[in-house]
Design a protein around this ligand. Sequence first.
Ligand SMILES: Nc1ncnc2c1ncn2[C@@H]1O[C@H](COP(=O)(O)OP(=O)(O)OP(=O)(O)O)[C@@H](O)[C@H]1O
Length: 687
Amino acid sequence: MYCGDETGAFIGDVGSETARFGFGGEDAPKCCVSSAVYSSSPRRSKYSAPVSLLNLPPELAGENGEEGADNTVGFDNTVGFVPVYQSMSSNCGVSNATKSGLMDVDAWACLWEYSFQSMCVRGKGKHTLGHRCQPDFHPDGSSQTMSTTIDHPLLAVDSTGHDLSTKDRESQYASMLEVMFEALDAPAAYIAPSSILSAFAHARQTALVVDIGHSGTKVTPVRDGFALRYGSVFSGRGGKWLGQVQQSVLTGKWNVDGSVVNRWNGWGDSSKGSVPPCASKGVRPRYLLRSHGLSECRLEALKRSSFHSMAAHEVMYEMFTSPHIDDGDGNENIESMNDKDDQEYEGSHVLPDGTRIDVTSCRAGRDLCRIPELLFAETLPNFVCETADEDKMVSVHKLIHMSLSQILDNELRRELASNIVLVGGASQFPTLDKRLSSELSGVLPSSMKYKVTASKNQIERRYSAFIGGSILSSLGSFQQLWLSKKEYEETGSARLAIQRFKQKWENTMSTNHWPPQLPSQQHIFQVKSECSSTLADPKSNRYNVPWMPSDAFQHPGLADLKSIQSIYDSMDPSLPMVSNTSFTSGSFTSGNGVLYAPPTMLRFQLNDEVGTAAMEVEVAIDVYGVSSLPMGIGRVDRHEGAVQPGARTNGEISGEYWGTVMVVEVATCVHGVPLLSTDIGRVDKQK
Ligand SMILES: Nc1ncnc2c1ncn2[C@@H]1O[C@H](COP(=O)(O)OP(=O)(O)OP(=O)(O)O)[C@@H](O)[C@H]1O
C-alpha cells in the first residue's frame, strides 16, 4: 500500500504548453509551470528548468538586465512582443517537453525534478498536503542536492498523441518508467492516459472526451476505462493555432478575402484600416526586443528564436483571454460573437510594446474578437489556410462527428454521444459548451441524443486530467495497480511497459484489475427516507405520493398513505380514479472518503393522469460537501423540476457531483394541492 492517510501520490501532468504537479486527493495542482525548458549552457545536454518569461533568472537576462529598453521595435515593422530578457549572446535553447505527440524524456524529467524542488517533495518524509514552500530554483542546477528520497508514489499522466505507433509508445512508456524509478527515485509509479483520467474526473468510465488543449483538439472515446483507438481523432485547432492566427492578424499578414464564409465575411479586410500605430504611452512593456546595435539579420534571427515564439504565444494568450470584448453587459461570449455588428464591439487591448488595439476602430480588432469562432468555422480564411494542413484542421464539432462515426457498435455510439465531456485549457472560452451543443445539432443525426458536459469551474476543466489522477490515486481499488520499484528492478522497464500498459493501448481485456471501480459504481450509501416513512418505501427507494382531485377531497391534515387509502376506500367509485405519483431516487456512493453522486440523480414519473391542473411537484437535491477538498465545502447544488400533472409525464432531474460530497439531501416539495394542508409546501427529506 503506497498511498495512505499519511502519504498521498504525487501526480504530474506534462502537456505541450503547461506542466501541472500536485498531490493525490487534492482538487487542483499546486505547481503549474510552462512545459518549455531551457538549457543554459551548450555543454549541458540536459535541460535545467522550465522557462518562465516573467521570472527568468538574471543569468539569462539581457546584457544589462534591465527592463524597458527605449529602442523598442514598433508594431508596424514587427510584432512588438519579444522577451526583453532575451540574451543576445547566450546559447540558451528552449524546448517543449512534448512535441508532435512525442515526449522529450530529458525535458520531462527536468520538469518533474523542478516540481520536486519547488514543492519541497524530496526528503520531506510523510504527508505534504497543504505544504508550500518557495521555489529554490537555480538554472545551473546547483540546488538540486537536497535529499534524494521520496516517499510518494508517482502517477504520470500520459498526454502524448493517440497516433503513436505501438513501438513508439512502448519505448516512451519504458523511458518514463526509467525516469520515475531511476532519476526520480520513486518507490512506486503508474502511467495513465489523460483522456481516461478526464473521464474519471467526471465520474465516468465511458465517455467521449473532447480535449481542446494547446497543440490541438483530441477526441477520444473511452469505454469502461479504456481509450479506444478507433474513434480517436485529432485536429490542429487548439490554443496554439488560435494564437498563431491572432498573430497573423496583428502583423497584417492576412489576405483580403471577404467571401470566405458568411460568418467570416470581411475577415481581414484591410481596406477598412490596419492596426493603428502605437498610441498609448506609459505602458510598461514586458517583452521588448532591443534592437540597439543589432544588425537586421541578427534581429531577424532573434525573431525566429524559440523564446520569441514562446513570448509571442504568451501575449496572444493574454489577448484572447482578456475581457477586452464586451457585449454591453460586461459579458463576453462566443455564442453572440458571430451575430454581432461591427459597431457592437467595444474596448481595446494594449500590447506589451504599448500598441493599443482599438477594437471599434480597426478591422483587425474586430477580427480578433472572433478568434475563438475559428474552432467551429467551416472554411478557414485564406491566410489561416496558408498555415494549416486542411486535412488536419477539422472543426471541433465535425471532429466529434468523425469520431462517433468510427464507432461501429450502435449501443456504444449512443452512450458516447450522451456523455461528451469537454475539457482542456482552450475549452475555457465562455459558453463554448453551449456553442458546441448547437453546432453538433447540425452534424449529428436528429435521432441521436447527445449531451455535452463541461464543468462550470474553469479549474476543473483545465486540470481535469490532474483531477482524474487525484481521484484515481486515492481509490482503494487502485492501490494494487501501482508498479513497485522491486517489480521494476526484477522485470525491467521495457517488459513492464508492455506487460502492464500495452493492453490499454490496444484495448484488450483487462487482466490486471483495470479499471478500478469508480466510487459512482460502488453501492455504499443508500438513500433512505427519513421524514415521511409511511410514504416512502426505503427498500425499493420509491416514494408513493398520492395525488387526488382536489374537489373530491375534503380532508385537511392528511398525513400518510394509510389515511389517504382509507379516504380512497370511502370515496364514491364513480369519481375518477385517483392516480399515484412516484419517483425513484438515485443512490449516492462513497469511496475512500470521496463521495460521488451518479450523473442521473432522480427520475420521477406521474403514472396516470391526475385530476387537477394546479398540482406541481418539485424535486430538489442539495449536496453539501465537507472534506479536505476545498471546492467541496458547503457546496449546494440544487436542481428543481416541476411537473404539471394532467397528463402522463416522465421527468428526470439530473445532476452530477464529484468531489467530496458528504451529505446528500433529496427533498420533494408538493405544491398546489390546496385541500391537503400537509402536502402544501411539504418537504420530505432524505439524508
Ligand atoms: N481562459 C482561456 N480561454 C481560452 N484559451 C485558454 C484559456 N486559458 C488557456 N487557454 C489556452 O489553452 C491552451 C493550454 O491548454 P492546456 O493546458 O489544456 O494545454 P496542454 O495540456 O499544455 O497541451 P496539450 O493538450 O496540447 O497537451 C493554451 O494554448 C492557452 O492559450
